[in-house]
Design a protein around this ligand. Structure first.
Ligand SMILES: [Zn+2]
Length: 226
């Protein structure tokens, strides 16, 4: 039996090794996901962009053991062979994209992006559910998951969620606002990405025949030949 001490907030007696007061709910230590590496959202985001989204899967490999150590129910644990298959498919997708010619690579790129996003949603959901159950079991706190954010932002939401974990558990997390300095910085970043994507698309349309105008011409031709 651990020694009993008084809670400094409500004066009820609690175990000396308790992390949280069972009477008033005050935290004695900051709840953390200690074993998980690369928790910083900024670093995660930068590495995601630099690796064209491949980093998220590597992140799961790096944190594979740490995440599985959090599982309350062994059935929830991540399976190594599935992860290896996902990584394999992603790498094959990238190689296919790099090796294929420009006209085909647009289609391959679209497929790679869609598959990658779906994989990201599935992985984020699994990992956030594991963290949610772990937190309920350990701290008796039910963390809220936003299903729309999981679908839209997938691994970015997961990374932000993990980065702000302790505040979420202590329910002092300030929900994201586009009016905050971070929100303005994010909007500027998105504008830069959109501009770069537009510039890249413009360069491609100069080098290769404009697919849209070809489509219009065939449509006109086929209308006149009837
Ligand atoms: Zn207390």
């Amino acid at each position: 039996m651990p020694e009993q001490v008084k809670c400094p907030f409500c004066e009820n007696s609690v175990d000396s090794d308790a992390e949280k007061c069972s009477s008033c709910g005050a935290f004695f230590t900051e709840p953390q996901l200690k074993e998980i590496k690369f928790k910083d959202f900024g670093i995660f985001f930068a590495l995601q962009i630099l690796t064209f989204g491949l980093f998220a899967i590597l992140w799961v490999f790096i944190n594979f053991r740490a995440i599985n150590n959090l599982t309350v129910n062994p059935r929830d644990s991540l399976k190594f062979k599935w992860l290896a298959a996902i990584l394999g498919i992603s790498i094959i997708g990238y190689i296919g994209y790099i090796l294929s010619d420009i006209e085909l690579s647009h289609r391959v790129a679209c497929i790679v992006i869609v598959i990658q996003h779906l994989i990201g949603i599935a992985l984020s959901y699994r990992i956030l559910k594991i963290i949610q159950r772990y937190t309920l079991n350990r701290y008796d706190v039910m963390l809220e998951l936003n299903p729309y954010y999981i679908i839209i932002f997938s691994v970015l939401y997961m990374s932000h969620f993990i980065d702000t974990y302790s505040k979420r558990v202590m329910s002092s997390h300030e929900h994201f606002s586009f009016k905050s300095p971070q929100g303005v910085a994010l909007l500027i970043l998105l504008a830069i990405i959109a501009a770069l994507a537009g510039f890249y698309y413009h360069l491609n349309s100069i080098n290769s025949p404009d697919l849209e105008s070809i489509g219009v011409q065939t449509l006109i031709k086929s209308n006149f030949s009837d």
